[in-house]
Structures are given as C-alpha cells and as structure tokens.
Design a protein around this ligand. Structure first.
Ligand code: FE2
Ligand code: FE2
Length: 377
C-alpha cells in the first residue's frame, strides 16, 4: 500500500495544479500535436464511428439508468470537490475548505487531486451517455428538477442546491471483507453476511463533509468526517464496479456493450484507488458522537479479512464451486441490478430529504433497465 510519506515525496500535492487540465491545454496548444495527428489519421478510427440505427428499447433503458447513476455520482463528487478537491475550470464550484482538505490529505497527500479527477470522470460519464442517447434519437436523462437539497454551509461550499445528501450517511463497509474473502461470493452466497470494516459507520448517520464551520473542530471530529469520506468513496465506487458488468450482460448492441464495458472498469480504477486510501484512515474515536474507526491491522481486526494492504481482489468461488477460484469483480449477477443499486444508495442515506417524485422517477428508470433483455442484433 502506498504510504502517505511515499506519496508526499513522489509528487507535491500542489492544489493549484491539475494534471488533467494541463494535459488538455497541452493538446489544445498543439504541444502533443504530432502524436495526436497520427492517432487521428489511423485507419482504425474509421471503423469507430457510432453504429447507425436506433437503439433497442432495452439498450436505451440500460444506458439511461447508467446516466442517472452518473448524474447522482457527479452531484456528490462535486460536493466533495468544492470542499476537499481542486476547484478549476474542469470542475468548477466552491473554493475549498482548508481544514477539511488537510484532514483528507492525512489519508494521502494526493487526495485532492484524486477527488478532482474522480469528479471529472463522473461528469464525462453522464455527459457522454446522454449525448450518445440523443445521437440515437433516444431520450436522455435530466434530474435537475430534483436539485432541492441544501448542501454544506461550511467555508468552501458553493451553496448550490443538491440532488444528494452527504451529511446523513450510513455506510455499508462490508465490501472490505467481501473482496478479501476467499470462501464467499455474494452471487453464490446471497445470504452470507460479510463483516464490516468500520462497524459504527453501518449504524447511525454520519456526515462525510463539514456541514458548517462548527464541524471543523475538535480535531478528532473533523478527522472522523474525513475518514467517513475516505470509506464512503470506495463504498460508492465498488457499487459502480459491479453495476456496469451486471448491466452489460443484457446489452443487445455490441456498441452499447462496448460503452458499458469501457466505462465500468474506470469505476473499478476509482474503487481500487479509494480502498487503498481508506486503509490509511487513522484509527480514532470522534469525541462528539463516539464514531470509532478501528485499527484494521490489529486484533480483533487484522488478518486476511481486514489487513489494510490486502487490496487486490482475493480469488473466490465464481459461477460454480466446482470450478477453480478466480479473482473477479463481485457481485455481477444481472437480475434486478438497477433496483438493487437504487436500494443500496437509498439505504446509504444518499437521498435523505428527496421528494417522493424523485424516488418514483429513479425507480422507473431502474425498473426499465431491469426489464431489458439481451437480443441478438
Ligand atoms: Fe461513473
Ligand atoms: Fe465512479
């Protein structure tokens, strides 16, 4: 596992310098013009234009649910970026909260950069999915009518109205042991209970961002808020890691399949990064509410199921226990995946305060996606 010290010496966490905007500006200025031109001229590009013809109703529903999930992801990642990321033209809004940012950087000195880049990714995911839907004459997704939740009032927040709520989270951290288990796979053992990494986070409600400047002290309180964010981020991204392969199994067009299996692994890259950072969350107890982050490397934790550097997916049973164990994404069961994601995010408290119309809309998108069946085209 990358330690905080390693990261600090490897690259300075210069909050004013976004690697991605530099690269994009470089392309615009022709700094990498030769390579770009060669790539643009490559014959293979000719075969990569969008497939003609309309989408099947099922494919459109799969992509619409993915777009909705990405809009919701973008909404809360923007909230993280406003307070603890890098605010720039790529991810505008907010001015940063230095105290919160410093506590996030206890987990990794590059934390702000990773928040920025994850946010940027999610914005491009929904923007692309909606544009693709429209290019096929299909309805895109717009959830703007549900931007009704007040967000953080702490220094750094833009004060915009939000779709999601990061301030009353109940975080299921059982993915930690699910990916470390060599014996159980939720697809084969749907009733098995994987132990929580941070049991307290799975009970009660906790904020992952400072709600007001009153949350900036005492020290262990704002660190606990940063730790909560540190576990919430991989909890979300492991969900996306399962969502895309589960949806992909019911895509009909090869191009829709390609979209799903090209976006999905970026969610896995997010998850893998964030689960490594979560392991750096300092053990502590929040004096204001008793929320405890245990030392995952010491008894009664520690060992194969909890050790923080065991971030590679442990091989586990897959499809059939008669087959050899395999290192895989888990779960990937496709039946009911979209409604499962809606229920997972709702139970997390991410939509606390949302209107009945919001849930009706989201469940309709999920039901349509879950009704999609794979057809040979
Ligand atoms: Fe995404
Ligand atoms: Fe993501």
């Amino acid at each position: 596992m990358a330690s905080v010290i390693d990261k600090g010496t490897a690259r300075s966490p210069d909050a004013s310098n976004s690697r991605r905007s530099f690269i994009k500006k470089g392309i615009a200025a022709g700094a990498v013009g030769v390579g770009y031109a060669l790539f643009a001229d490559a014959p293979s590009m000719l075969t990569q234009t969008p497939q003609p013809g309309p989408l099947s109703a099922g494919d459109a529903a799969l992509l619409r649910f993915a777009a909705a999930a990405e809009i919701l992801e973008s909404d809360f990642w923007v909230q993280y970026n406003e307070l603890g990321g890098i605010q720039d033209s790529e991810v505008p809004g907010g001015t940063g909260n230095p105290t919160y940012t410093a506590k996030l950087q206890v987990l990794d000195t590059d934390f702000s950069q990773y928040i920025h880049d994850n946010t940027d990714d999610e914005i491009t995911h929904f923007t692309f999915l909606n544009a693709y839907l429209e290019s096929k004459g299909a309805q895109p997704v717009n959830l703007d009518a549900f931007r009704t939740l007040p967000g953080s009032k702490a220094t750094g927040s833009s004060g915009e109205m939000r779709l999601t709520n990061l301030m009353q989270l109940t975080v299921d951290t059982s993915w930690w042991t699910r990916y470390r288990s060599s014996d159980n796979n939720p697809d084969l053992d749907p009733n098995f209970t994987f132990p929580q990494a941070v049991p307290d986070l799975s009970k009660g409600q906790f904020t992952a961002i400072p709600r007001t400047d009153d949350d900036l002290s005492p020290d262990a309180h704002i660190q606990a808020i940063a730790n909560t964010a540190g576990f919430h981020m991989p909890t979300i991204e492991q969900g996306g890691t399962s969502l895309y392969p589960a949806l992909a199994q019911r895509a009909s067009s090869v191009e829709v399949l390609r979209i799903l299996i090209s976006i999905g692994p970026t969610e896995t890259m997010h998850f893998q990064t964030w689960q490594d950072k979560a392991g750096n969350a300092p053990p502590l107890t929040d004096p204001t509410n008793g929320l405890t982050f245990p030392d995952l490397n010491k008894p009664p934790f520690g060992g194969e199921l909890f050790q923080t550097n065991l971030i590679m997916p442990e091989p586990c049973p897959f499809l059939d226990r008669k087959l050899p164990k395999c290192s895989i994404i888990r779960p990937t069961e496709t039946t009911g995946i979209a409604m499962g994601v809606v229920n997972f995010l709702t139970a997390m408290g991410l939509f606390t305060g949302q209107s009945p119309d919001f849930f009706t809309t989201l469940k309709k998108l999920a039901a349509d996606a879950d009704a999609a069946t794979r057809q040979i085209m």
